[in-house]
Design a protein around this ligand. Structure first.
Ligand code: PBG
Length: 325
């Protein structure tokens, strides 16, 4: 009989011992903060469904970045709100577009900050889909050139990492090839490899004004029910040259994070998405949960599942808590 020789509580006696045997840790370097940027001046407008997150014009963004760096947050991912939208998302690959201009501004002031860019045309198309459209169909191969162009303009502006989130087949390869062709063979690709057609993106679509105007994203984003398919998606991105593999969303897909980490020897990112954030904030506002404890539990669980890094709207509050520990 194991008991009384074995007593699990021996190693739980006090915080020093618990800390000694702790298997998973979260540190601020592992956090990536998503930021929405818009043209204009003096803009810092709160996103209704994501309290505590804002759309920034570049001038006020600089103050925000200063604060992030002070907190030890070294990485951000940028999402752009363009001045105009059209059927082919031209602003997405305009060298003077919102993301391209923002990267230049950031890099001029804060060259040390890791700037990741989301590569997807849905924020830039008037129909809100991630691909070109013909007769109501979302085209795959025809979209690849646009994505490659978009990624190239980001790299030319100074992006450190590009992150395709469109879920078109073959986009990682197309982007890799284009970047290499233009001398950017050192720019890593963080692929949104296993991205599900999730209801958890709702608040983001308000923030980026990117909800599809017709239909849904189920012909390109993954079926919620599938796990093996996620591994196939990841394998294809790996073969096409992805450097970092992403699972998105995080919380309902911890099993996928775990499986990807077990199967592939690559860094794994998890996106703790907008809806996951908004649920916590809404419940905390009602005093139904303890926000700080819950945020740390969520982030730690994502790490325990196998994620090496986490994209999260909680990054700032987590950084403050981590600094206190
Ligand atoms: C697509 C993109 C989306 C998110 C990140 N990149 C939206 C979508 O696929 O509809 C969602 C992120 C979040 O919900 O926090 N450009």
């Amino acid at each position: 009989m194991a008991f009384p020789i074995h007593r699990m509580r021996r190693l739980r006696q006090n915080e020093k011992i618990r800390s000694l045997v702790r298997e998973t840790r979260l540190s601020v370097e592992q956090l990536i903060y998503p930021i929405f940027v818009t043209f204009g001046k003096g803009i810092k407008s709160e996103i209704k469904s994501m309290p505590g997150n804002y759309r920034f014009s570049t001038d006020l963004l600089m103050q925000e970045i200063e604060e992030l760096l002070k907190l030890g947050i070294n990485s951000i991912i940028l999402f752009g709100i363009p001045q105009s939208k059209d059927a082919v998302g031209s602003e997405a690959y305009n060298p003077k577009g919102i993301i391209q201009e923002t990267i230049r501004e950031i890099k001029g002031r804060f060259p040390e900050l890791i700037v990741i860019t989301d590569v997807c045309i849905d924020e830039y198309t008037d129909h809100g889909h991630c691909g070109l459209i013909k007769d109501g169909e979302i085209l795959n191969d025809e979209t690849l050139d646009l994505l490659a162009k978009m990624a190239l303009t980001h790299a030319e502006a100074g992006a450190d990492i590009v992150a395709p989130s469109d879920m078109m087949d073959g986009r990682v390869g197309a982007i890799r090839e284009r970047l290499d062709e233009f001398g950017f063979s050192n720019i890593p690709i963080m692929a949104y490899s296993a991205k599900y057609a999730s209801a958890f993106y709702g608040p983001f679509r308000e923030a980026a004004d990117s909800a599809p105007k017709f239909g849904d994203r189920k012909t390109y984003q993954m079926d919620l029910a599938n796990g093996n398919e996620a591994l196939r998606e990841v394998e294809l991105d790996f073969e096409e040259g992805a450097d970092i593999l992403m699972v998105k969303p995080a919380l309902s897909y911890l099993d996928i994070i775990y499986r990807v980490k077990e199967e592939f020897r690559l860094p794994v990112a998890a996106y703790n998405v907008s809806g996951e954030y908004s649920m916590v904030v809404a419940a905390a506002r009602n005093d139904w949960i303890e926000r700080e404890r819950m945020v740390m539990e969520i982030l730690l669980s994502i790490r325990r599942a196998g994620a090496d890094m986490i994209l999260t709207y909680h990054a700032k509050e987590a950084a403050i808590m981590l600094a206190k520990d």
